[in-house]
Design a protein around this ligand. Sequence first.
Ligand code: FES
Length: 103
Amino acid sequence: MARWVRVCGVAEAPQSGHAMEVDVAGVGICLANVNGELSALDNWCPHRRGPLGQGWVEGEAVVCPWHSWTFDVRTGVAEFPAHERVAVFPVLVVGDDVLAELK
Ligand code: FES
């Protein structure tokens, strides 16, 4: 069942062009900011479970810090290899809080 959970405060969220990792109730989330818009992805890269939130933002994608697989922050689809992807969670800003809908 899906549930909305607090990821962090707005003031703690990454600045535009950056990402960070957050543990939310045991779920690892990569919170990325592309042009001021926040996206939440599964933090664990499907290649070898690199921490995407420790990676960096390039264009509209987050880059895994271990071997540079790159994932679109809106769809979670990898640029290469094309059949790979990570989950993307809906994000809301409510007051001073950033929320994500976890499944
Ligand atoms: S663990 Fe992410 S690219 Fe290898």
